[in-house]
Design a protein around this ligand. Structure first.
Ligand code: SF4
Ligand code: SF4
Length: 112
């Protein structure tokens, strides 16, 4: 099974994946194939008691995502992956993507 891994530790919230996907799917205003979510910013103490900040961006695929079937069929990367400005999105077999989960940064894997 193919999927997309997002190492969102490095996502800058630039929206490029959203824009590339909207162009690829030809979606109208207000509709998305991938939508950026934002958590924070807020301050918290954390387990260590030290003051820390939470501010996380995570793009989430919607039901409109078709995993760029036509692009992949043509040997191209999904549009969102190709246009990620932080190079933190990866496309491939879920088993191979899972090997990137080494516990050093926060990742999410999406399939459809
Ligand atoms: S894989 Fe294609 S359709 Fe799915 S979110 Fe990425 S650009 Fe959009
Ligand atoms: S293009 Fe990459 S860095 Fe920009 S919002 Fe999407 S996942 Fe984050």
């Amino acid at each position: 099974m193919k999927g997309i891994l997002i190492n969102y530790e490095f996502c800058t919230g630039c929206h490029s994946c959203e824009v590339a996907c909207k162009k690829h799917l030809g979606l109208p205003k207000g509709e998305f194939g991938i939508k950026l979510t934002e958590t924070g910013p807020y301050e918290y103490e954390g387990k260590t008691g030290k003051e820390r900040w939470e501010w996380t961006w995570l793009p989430v695929m919607t039901k409109a995502c078709d995993m760029c079937a036509d692009r992949v069929e043509a040997g191209k990367l999904p549009a969102c992956v190709q246009h990620c400005q932080a190079w933190c999105m990866y496309y491939g077999e879920v088993e191979d993507l899972a090997k990137k989960l080494d516990g050093t940064s926060r990742c999410a894997i999406f399939t459809r």
